[in-house]
Every structure is written in structure tokens, then in C-alpha cells.
Design a protein around this ligand. Sequence first.
Ligand code: PLP
Length: 435
Amino acid sequence: MTGDLLGRRKSALAPSYRLFYDDPIEIVRGAGVFLYDADGREYLDCYNNVASVGHSHPRVVEALTKQASTLNTHTRYLHHSVIDLAERLAVKLGGDLSSAIFVCTGSEANDLAVRIARTVTGHNGVVVNDHAYHGNSTLVDQLSLANHPPGERVPDWIGVAEPPNTYRGTHAGDDAGTAYAEDVRRAGQQLSDSGEGVAAFLVDSTWDANGFLNAPVDYLSLATRHVHDLGGLVIADEVQAGYCRTGETWWGFEDYGIVPDIVTLGKPMGAGHPIAAVITTPEIAASFAKADSYFNTFGGNPVSCEVALAVLDVIEDEQLLDNVDRTGAILRQGLDQLSRTHDMIGTIHGKGLFWGVELVTNPETKEPVPESQVNAIVSDLCDRGILTGINGPHCNIIKIRPPLVFGEAHAVRALDALDGSLGSFARQGGTRADQ
Ligand SMILES: Cc1ncc(COP(=O)(O)O)c(C=O)c1O
């Protein structure tokens, strides 16, 4: 059956799509942190942040079915759900971030956020970190250097700042935050000098596509100051970082003590249902509205909003932020332990329930383990019933980013499997374990 699907998929879907793992799996059901394949095999999901409150959470499913069987329209009629959602997100975000526009994907959110920043500042240029990923619209794809080969010419309106990587980047020590922020200033200044100006610095505070970076704590506050001095706005792309993902706080930008001008939300908002948002200050929203209008057919529809409200309820009622802190500490400790027993682990990136295990062939030279070998390990983990992914510019980082309901027993199971897989891989000299 899976073989048949593979063949049909190949002819029915465009080849731009790709599948995970050497032996792709056919998932037919999900519950909590588990996924099940067509043969009934259970997998521990250590990868999917979109199913933020767990797969098929009963409260989310109930909210969806109840609203879908009552009404689904759009934002041009009065409906309480879109207002309830905007109000609750405003409380969570705090400060002046209280004016929302709902869309369907993170890409749409970032696309709109850049459009707002350009309209409000009158500038055209956007600064991004190298090898960031912000989405797939034509505009946002250009800003997502992770999508483009190194060395490809970047459009004149984009300023590229070095990601704040203290393991592999240019700067490490105490002044790394200042130095990396200076690179944001340099990229912005170049845009100003060339006449593009700085409309925004678009930043993902997990630096997901870079394999998750723990940036120097002062990086974003210093970078924000530079961007504001150049007349630009700061857009916090919280599509990965938001919704308790990194623990301690609801939002990634809070870890760095900044208040962005615009925030974009996506993935975890609907626990698998497509809903995303742009949230900004009333002043910026009003200034945009004077110059431009915006309508999104599906964004903010009552079904999506009821789903997103249920997600907020579950996170609060099940105290998932505390769970992220508890389980995150266990993962941190376990991964540190593994890094002491496996030379192949160069460093551990991450926080909360988002970890990157960076694999190197030699800890001194930091030479990345080749992608084919990392793929073999990740496929071996899948054989062991553990779903992870691959990340980073060198594709040498194992990505662990489970649903927020991931608990201690799940963490222990994942760590044991990783231990087994790395050990087996090292013994077999770089081939997929047990082959
Ligand atoms: C940081 C970040 N921003 C934006 C996006 C785009 O979101 P979507 O795939 O919902 O368009 C992604 C998707 O992976 C992302 O990781």
C-alpha cells in the first residue's frame, strides 16, 4: 500500500515536494505525542511543533467540529470569535501589540508584515539574517536565504546580517552580541546609503533554519536600537519561537528583552489548522490602513478562530509552559550527557522544547558530518520509532521539536534512542545502523 502511494504521489504531485526518511512512512493517525502508520506502528513525535497541543487534541477537535457545523464565513460580518482571539493574543503579547490581522500561513503573515513596514516607514529595504527561513511567497522567499544557494546574488533591497552563531560564526566571547548587532547595523546602513532605506529587520528568534541558535542575550536589543536609529521597524517572526516553544516565556522575543513593532504568528496557533496572524501597535496599524487595505478570504474565519481559541485554552489549562520548562530541562541534561559520551556531538543548541544536536566529524575542526550520514541517523531513529528532522546550513543538525505536551517519559525514550542510534552509527563507521 505504501509502495503504491509512493508511485501515485510521484506522478500526481509536483517533484518540488519531498518526503522525510530513507523509507518514507505513511502516517494515518495521531494522538498526543504519538503518530501511527498504516500498519499500526507507533512513532514518538519529536519533530512536529504545528501539532502544538498534541495531535488531534479532543478540545481542539470539538471546537472545530462545533463551529464548522454552525457557521463559517469571513471577517466582513460581525462575529465574536475573531475579536475574542485578537483580544486574548493582545493580552498575551502585552504592551501596545494589540491590533491584529489574521491570515492563513506564516508566509502570508511575514509578507504582510513587510508590506506594513514598507508602507509605514516609506522605506523599501529589509534586513534578515543569513540562512534564515521566513516562508514561501515570492517576496518572503527572497528574504529566506535558506532557500537559495550560498553565493546567489541577493536583491538590492535585502541586507544580510550574519546569524548570531557563537559556535561556528565570526564572534563568540562576551562582546559577541555587540559584534553581531553591529552587523545588523552595517547591513541596514548599506541599504540606507544605497537609497533603499530600512523598512524592517525581520528576525526569527530561534534562528530555526540555522539549526536553532542561542544568541547572545543582548543581541536583539542592540540590533533593535540600530534598526530604529535607521528608521526601520523590527518584525519578530514568532512562527517558530512563539507559543511557549522556547520555555519560560510565551514569546521568543521576550527571551531577548525586546518589544518588536510587529509580530507574526503561525504554525502552532491552530495545532494543525491553517491560521496565522500579524499583530502590531494601533498606531502602526492605523498608519497602514490610511494607505492600504487588506482582506484575506479565509484569514480570521470563525472556524479557524475557534480552533485557535481552543489552543490557547489548552495551553493555559494544561499549564504547558510549565511542561516545556520541566521537559526542556530533562532534555537539556540528557543531551549534555550524550555530548559527553558521543564525540560526534559538536554542540547542543536550543531551549525549552526546541533542540538542535550538531554533529561534527571532529570537535576541534568542527567539520560537519555529511548530510547523507545525518540522514542515515535520522532514518535509523525513525526505524526505532522516533521522528526527528535535519536542520542547519550544513544539514548536520538533528532537530528535536516535539508537541508542547511532550513529557518526561517521552524525553527519556527519545534520548535512549538517540544514544543507541549515535552509538550504532559510530560502530558501523557512518552507515545506517542495523542495515
Ligand atoms: C520562522 C518561520 N517563519 C515563517 C514560516 C512560514 O510559515 P508557513 O509555512 O506557514 O507559510 C516558517 C515555516 O517553516 C518558519 O519556520
